[in-house]
Design a protein around this ligand. Structure first.
Ligand SMILES: [Zn+2]
Length: 122
């Protein structure tokens, strides 16, 4: 089994409407996202071309950059927490990958010290 990973970054605003505390108010984060994929079949020595993988990821990430996440479609119903952001990115990218490449996990850092990870299956 092979694994590859990339990290991307975006900055956006959010508020956790149902949270009773500091994060209830409007504030922003410089998010860092780690996306790890796996598979057992290489094509021309690669699981997936890094440039292509980055392109597929960036289509999702760029739509989240410099926006108010609470007003984005997926977060109108669920809180834009790091956990839900990780799940959204995971689900959206999974749908854009071919059959030979699978996502292992998506990890979202809200700050240097706090992160949430989403993976399927376990
Ligand atoms: Zn926050």
């Amino acid at each position: 089994m092979y694994e590859i990973g990339i990290t991307r970054r975006f900055s956006s605003a959010h508020r956790l409407a149902h949270y009773n505390g500091k994060c209830e108010g409007l504030h922003g984060h410089n998010y860092k996202v780690e996306i790890v994929a796996y598979g057992s079949t290489l094509v021309d020595g690669m699981l997936i071309d890094f440039a292509l993988f980055r392109q597929k990821v960036d289509e999702i990430i760029q739509a989240m950059d410099h926006v108010y996440l609470n007003e984005m479609g997926p977060f109108k119903e669920s809180e834009p927490s790091a956990e839900n952001i990780a799940e959204y990115i995971h689900t959206t990218i999974s749908n854009r990958l071919g059959d030979a490449v699978h996502l292992k996990y998506v990890k979202v850092w809200e700050s240097d010290d706090n992160w949430a990870l989403y993976r399927t299956g376990e």
